[in-house]
Design a protein around this ligand. Sequence first.
Ligand SMILES: Cc1ncc(COP(=O)(O)O)c(C=O)c1O
Length: 462
Amino acid sequence: MAETVFKYEGSTPEQVLAELAAKCGLLLTEVGFYQYLDSQDELAHFRDQFSFPKLTTSPGVECDDAENENCVYFCGNSLGLQPKSTKEHVQKVLENWEINNISCHVMGHLPGITCDNYVRDGMANLVGSSQEEVVVMNGLSVNLHLLMVSFYQPTKKRHKILLEEHAFPSDHYIVMSQIQQRGFDPEDSMLFVKARPDEELIHIDDILDLIEKEGDSIALIMLPGVQYFTGQVFNMEEITAAGHRKGCYVGFDLAHAVGNIELYLNKWEVDFACWCTYKYLNSGPGCLGGAFVHKKFAKTKMPKFLGWWSHKESTRFEMSNDLDFSCGVESYRISNPPPPLLVACILASEIFDQTSVRQLREKSFLLTGYLECLLKHYFSDISDSTTATVEILTPANFSDRGCQLSLRFSCSLKEVAEKMTKKGMIFDIRQPNVMRVAPVPLYCSFHDVYRFVNALREALST
Ligand SMILES: Cc1ncc(COP(=O)(O)O)c(C=O)c1O
């Protein structure tokens, strides 16, 4: 969990890539350069652990490519790829149930009663906490609600929740309904931090100023770690410190941050955080969410929703109805955990145990940087009115972004997207003209980036 100096500290991806290309006597745009980068990639072997979508079977693809069998998958920011081991392990869990019936709760492949404990170490490493501070349960939105039962305690004077103006819809609705449920009016109690006029990114200073100005009326600050639309990283440490100085609780939605950027929730003193595991953690569609509550609250009595799983494991089955709380975040578990889903989370986190988010970030520096350089090279010439231009909305500064780039096109994306999809490029579109692309360092290659940019060049020129 030590924070050491980042390998490329003080340089931009553009500088490092230009130096590497010069060393090889190659241009950034040459085939030989992506081949060189892939040959130097110490994490390249992870790609084999994932099932890639095939050109022959992926929906919407119409392309005969003698050289490539796989699609280019840049949608890991929405749904991670399936680890090849998932099927076999889910099957084993199902067999445990089939063969051992009621006893599968206590024996066999991933016994039901304790199955969620096996994922806690791995999750703790990913978010920078101790394992006592994390659990895996429910879905992300449900977990946000459950934790806000504790961390949103509005009073007449302090009733606001600070969130971003363009929060992910679920987060917006969660905040709105929590406020209503406590008898307050969202019109008065939702406090939005906004981007400046004609800008997409939110200035950290604007967040800190708003906290300073309005802090006495803010009960809770609820922001993302990485913004889903722009890919902007929020400085969680500074925001947390600023919130605490004003007496606010501070929680983060880490859906786009976990497995993407380095996190140190315990050290940053974040009060609570929630995330999903189906994006960068590859656990499967709609799979379970993770939750963190800082250990400083381990013994604090807070209002919360309860169920039998909130009771201490050692005496839970005495069924006394005499609640003996589990400690800290464990007490937020309400229901018994589902082994077929937990096994997918465990496998996903085990893949991360074979590397580290730091190593992935080092690759990401080059991989997303390579995409950025090629996009700038081919699509940034605004003086050429015959070609569409691509503006990168995501921050240019590496520490202010994860692996995703959000691209705004000067033309409509409908036709471009259709052509790209036919060529086996998988990405997503936010209407009318923003494309989000995430070269995930765990399984994407420099060749993928090269193919993607080539497909984009063809789509924009025909
Ligand atoms: C930022 C953010 N918040 C909340 C959600 C909702 O997640 P869930 O449907 O797992 O509750 C998502 C899903 O993509 C998300 O990206």
